[in-house]
Design a protein around this ligand. Structure first.
Ligand code: TRH
Length: 381
């Protein structure tokens, strides 16, 4: 009998929670031959990432994963529950009380993980894998994704890097992918993607690109940044398919694409602006330079996360390139003018490109997050 896993995902906002948990669920099925139910409380967000999905279905099979609606009220008729071997509570969402009661009463209790948000901060390695005893007496294990061997690692499907390298080495594959999305950049244009939250200083960055010696084709999937782009362009409306040129810069708005297509898009680009958690990791696997627009937290906790990552990522970069990168990432996240930082960063294009490839290969030496979770379970039973 296959071991079974339940993953619970509550969509706070945006797409990261559902993006990460669906990716994890798919990998558990495809590479570890497990039976996985993914409980999601907002199937509309799920349907954006997985266009074949039905946002109204109580249960559906997608890529081998049983995707279930997580109802606000857990129906009493669902008791007694068929409990799985492993429960993953993603990003500190709260399991239904009836589900916890069922775990308490079970003869063989499932292993209970709290899968945390990604952070490069030092304290993570000290907390990774630790149990927390609940008032009910149940144990919940904290599992932290991260960038060092003392953490749970990053989500990375088997063969991902090889697949990406083969794609990038194959101009025909790139061309046909871009054609499918109606993207036709000039032969000498550099390709960039922009997936970010609102950014008050965006106009200064677009000015830099428009005034640069080199032409840029900027791809913007529909989303929160579009308002800032629209203001800079001075147009009334921006929807998928729109293409506008200003001096050396062409801006093209894309529809929100399938999660797998988003990977290929990142692989096609010379530079990616990404946000949150999942696109941030995928951009690292693309092996191309990036800007990270981090998810803002109320208590400004995101700044410590940003700086912790920069400290790790800068290792191996020259002082000048590292400083320029830090300035650009900090001004992007602070919503301030980008002109000085971006122009400095442009002096280090080749170094940053080589560094992004190296960083990706170094990170890929670590065990991936899904395998680490499975291995933890195997040593727990
Ligand atoms: O959507 P996000 O801003 O999600 C955020 C973060 O995860 C953050 O940590 C969390 O606290 C907050 O949500 C609630 O960014 P993220 O994590 O990059 O997720 C976006 C997902 O959307 C990712 O799986 C990639 C996917 N995507 C597509 O599938 N198609 C697209 O066209 C684009 C642009 C993205």
């Amino acid at each position: 009998m296959k071991a079974s896993w339940d993953i619970f995902c509550s969509v706070v906002d945006n797409f990261g929670d559902v993006g990460v948990t669906f990716r994890l669920a798919r990998q558990l099925v495809a590479e570890h031959d497990l039976q996985v139910r993914l409980w999601i409380d907002d199937l509309n967000a799920f349907a954006r990432l997985c266009p074949g999905a039905d946002p109204l279905a109580d249960q559906q099979m997608q890529d081998g994963v049983i995707v279930c609606r997580w109802p606000a009220e857990w129906p009493k008729t669902w008791q007694p529950l068929q409990l799985p071997h492993v429960v993953v509570e993603a990003f500190a969402c709260r399991l239904p009380p009836d589900y916890i009661d069922a775990m308490l009463g079970a003869e063989k209790r499932p292993l209970w993980f709290n899968l945390e948000y990604l952070s490069a901060e030092d304290w993570v390695s000290g907390c990774h894998g630790l149990p927390s005893i609940q008032s009910s007496g149940l144990r919940k294990y904290f599992f932290f994704p991260g960038f060092t061997a003392k953490t749970g690692g990053l989500l990375r499907e088997a063969g991902l890097i090889e697949k990406r390298q083969a794609f990038q080495a194959n101009p025909a594959a790139r061309q046909s992918f871009l054609q499918r999305l109606n993207i036709a950049p000039h032969a000498d244009a550099r390709l960039m993607s922009l997936f970010a939250y609102e950014h008050a200083g965006l106009g200064s960055w677009l000015d830099c690109l428009a005034q640069a010696d080199r032409t840029t084709h900027l791809l913007v999937p529909e989303g929160r940044i579009l308002g800032d782009v629209q203001r800079w362009l001075g147009v009334d409306e921006l929807t998928a398919g729109a293409v506008h040129a200003r001096d050396a810069l062409t801006i093209q708005v894309l529809p929100f694409v399938h999660q797998q297509d988003y990977d290929s898009l990142l692989w096609c680009c010379d530079f990616n602006v990404v946000r949150g958690e999942d696109s941030f990791v995928r951009a690292q696997w693309a092996g191309r330079p990036l800007i990270w627009h981090i998810y803002e937290q109320d208590d400004d906790a995101h700044w410590a996360k940003l700086d912790a990552f920069l400290e790790l990522y800068r290792v191996g970069l020259s002082e000048a390139a590292g400083q320029a990168l830090t300035e650009v990432w900090r001004s992007w996240n602070g919503g301030t003018a980008m002109t000085q930082g971006w122009n400095a960063l442009e002096q280090h294009t080749d170094e940053l490109a080589a560094h992004a490839r190296r960083w990706c290969l170094e990170q890929a030496l670590q065990e991936d997050l899904t395998t680490a979770l499975v291995r933890f379970y195997q040593s727990w039973i």
